[in-house]
Every structure is written in C-alpha cells, then in structure tokens.
Design a binder for this molecule. Structure first.
Ligand code: PLP
Length: 385
C-alpha cells in the first residue's frame, strides 16, 4: 500500500524526545524558545511564537489584526476548513474570493470586489505549499491599510522571488504568517504551529494569549529567587505547544533543505512521468514561486472521473485524496455567516476535478513510476467516462 503522506522521523527525533523527558521540563520551556529562535532564523522572520497548531495560530493572528464580531475578512473558501473557521472564532464574517484555475490560490484580480466598509483583514493561503501572489496582495493590502495574514500551514520551505531575491515564506511578507506541523505537512511535530510576524507588539500579544494571558510566565517564576505573583489582565487561551513537540521540531527543521529538495525532485519526476498521460493537467509553478510541493495536485478533464479514478488507484494499493475542499459547501457553513464576492466556480471545479497523489520523503522512484503508470492506464481505459 502506498499512503498519501508519511512523516519523516527517525532516531534523531526519538533521541530529542528522550532528552526532553529526562530533563524534567516538558512544556513550553527552553526547547520551545530554541525552536522559535531557529525557526525565525530559518525563514528570516524578526519574531516567531510557537503555538499548539496552525488553527490556533490563525485565531491569534486574526485577533491581533483586530477582527471582532461582525468584521469581514477576505479569504478563500477553497482551503482546509480551519482557514474559514478561524475567522468565525473571532465572530468575523469570511468573505470568499474565487481562486485561479492554474495555481489554486486566491485570484488577486477579484480581491477588490470583496472590499466593504466592514473589511478588517485579508487572510490569504499558500495552498498545498504553492506561494500565492504576495506581491500583488501586499500592495493591495497596503493601499487599503488592511493587515495581511498568510495561512502558510503547508508552506514551510516554499520560496518567493521578492525584489530580485528568493525568500522563504514566513519572513513574513504580509503582517503575519501561520504554519502547521501536522503530519500531513512537510515538517511535523505530531501537532504544532508557529506564528511569525514583523510586529514586536503582535508577538508580545501572541506570547501572552497563548498562555492564559499570564503576566509573568512560569519559566520566569521558576527561575526567580524572589516571590512573584502573576496576574491575568485579559482573557487568554491555552494554545501552548510542549517542549517534547518543540524538540521534535528542532530536529525536523535541520532536515528542511533536504526534505524540500527531495520533494522538488519528486514533483519534477511526476511531471515528466505524467507528461504523455491523456486527460490530465499537471500543476504549474509561477516563475516567481518555488513550492515545497506539500501535495502534488493533478486535475482531471472530467469531474465525473474523480471517484472512479481514486477507487481504481485504491484497488491497486495507491492512496490518493480529492482536491482541496471548499468550506462554503460543508454542512457547518449552512449555519455559519459568510458571503462571497462573486461566483466560486473555480474553487468548486478544483475540488471536483483534482486528485492529490502520494508524495512523501521515503517514496521511491519506482513507486512513483508505479503510481504514474497505474494512473495513466486507468485514464486511458476511460474509467468513469
Ligand atoms: C492543515 C491546514 C490548517 C490547519 O493546521 P492545523 O495545524 O491542523 O491546525 C490550516 N490551513 C491550511 C491551509 C491547512 O492546510
């Protein structure tokens, strides 16, 4: 059986976990601080704050951007549901914009039509690791004095050409970027998240809010030779990540260049293996973007083939996933408040026509050839057509 994804963990991570367990400090302590420093260095961010996952990261980012009940946030429906949900956690109204047919990312041409007097922020997504058009979005956000939040859940190690230089996603190019370390992503700590920002005061808020808004952190009280009491100036959250997870993250971060270059090689291999395959379009990478290829997304000519093709692959031991979901089509959003800034045709089409193929560090060239040949054979047989 070839799975869709597999985390890349070995003795190095196991040894790091052992070190933490035996150290006597197992949550949000020195390992978290070191992970934050190393992560910030890796993406070139001035500040990085680790949290429990990317969903909580997005929640805090939107709160820092000032999103309050009734405020609108321009975003995409075509994303993992956590993107839209994070807006709802603040009582905000997601305003969905359609995507580009080729990159599956927010269509910058459609953003202006989504603006209203209630717009409070823009929440863009680097979907499946492919950078969205930040140059245009940053310019647009600045010209409207709106904060730009990047959902970079899948985009650790992805790069963008910025003023002539390749820069990692998460610098950040907007005001804040949020990352996920779930096992489906390129780096994994089991669960985990990171918020990078260019604003010192936002970073201070994230640190307060992630730990119940406790005025004096436990690490400080622990190290003090004077009695100190903490206070709670406002309502916070428990969005902590543990030192056990952070220790895994530090080892994972050391592997990042190798993980990304291997994924880029595998994406190029799929591209050449599938070049001659009928009725399928392959993903495109704009010349200003370098994806980490968190997922390899192909598009079928005919949506009616999606399930039969996926089933035929599964029958031959190959796992796949459908295209990225659309939040507005989920039952939860029948009851939630949202609006769209026009038809979401490309979003819906991408969900219905796309298939994500297996892509993970340990996948061999031979397995990739097997996946590609089975897929082409299934399509040539007119499966489901
Ligand atoms: C995975 C994902 C999230 C959620 O990340 P968690 O760490 O599971 O909370 C949010 N947005 C996008 C685009 C994702 O792919």
């Amino acid at each position: 059986m070839i799975p869709i994804a597999k985390p890349c963990l070995d003795e190095r991570e196991a040894e790091a976990v052992r070190r933490v367990i035996l150290s006597g400090w197992i949550t949000q302590g020195p390992e978290v601080a070191a992970f934050e420093r190393e992560f910030a260095g890796s993406v070139g961010a001035p500040y990085a704050c680790a949290v429990s996952n990317c969903t909580t990261a997005l929640h805090l980012a939107l709160l820092a951007a000032g999103v309050r009940p009734g405020d609108e946030v321009i975003t995409v429906s075509h994303s993992y549901i956590a993107t839209a949900n994070s807006v709802r956690y603040c009582g905000g109204v997601p305003v969905f914009v359609d995507i580009c047919a080729d990159t599956y990312n927010i269509n910058p041409d459609l953003v202006a039509a989504a603006i209203s007097p209630k717009t409070k922020a823009i929440l863009c997504v680097h979907q499946i690791g492919m950078p969205c058009d930040l140059a245009r979005l940053v310019q647009f956000a600045e010209s409207h004095a709106l904060p730009l939040i990047e959902d970079a859940a899948c985009a650790i190690g992805s790069e963008i050409l910025w003023q002539g230089q390749w820069e990692r996603i998460g610098k950040p190019h907007g005001d804040v970027a949020c990352f996920s370390f779930h096992p489906r992503k390129v780096l994994s700590t089991g669960d985990g998240g990171m918020i990078t920002t260019k604003h010192k005061d936002w970073d201070a808020k994230f640190r307060l809010w992630r730990q119940h808004s406790m005025s004096v952190p436990d690490t400080v009280r622990h190290g003090s030779n004077k009695v100190i009491f903490e206070s709670y100036p406002e309502i916070g959250f428990n969005y902590r990540i543990t030192d056990v997870q952070a220790a895994i993250g530090r080892e994972q971060l050391k592997r990042l260049p190798e993980l990304v270059s291997r994924r880029r090689e595998m994406a190029a291999r799929y591209c050449s293996l599938l070049a001659e395959c009928a009725n399928v379009s392959l993903p495109v990478e704009p010349e200003w973007a370098r994806s980490n290829w968190q997922s390899y997304c192909i598009r079928l000519a005919d949506a009616s083939q999606q399930v039969p093709v996926m089933q035929a692959l599964l029958d031959q031991g190959i796992a796949s996933r459908r295209g990225i979901m659309c939040a507005h089509r989920e039952p939860a959003y029948l009851k939630e408040v949202w609006r769209s800034a026009g038809p979401l045709t490309q979003s819906e089409r991408a969900q219905e026509q796309c298939i994500l193929l297996p892509l993970f560090h340990q996948l061999t060239g031979e397995e990739q050839r097997f996946v590609a040949s089975r897929l082409c054979a299934v399509l040539a047989a007119g499966c489901g057509a």
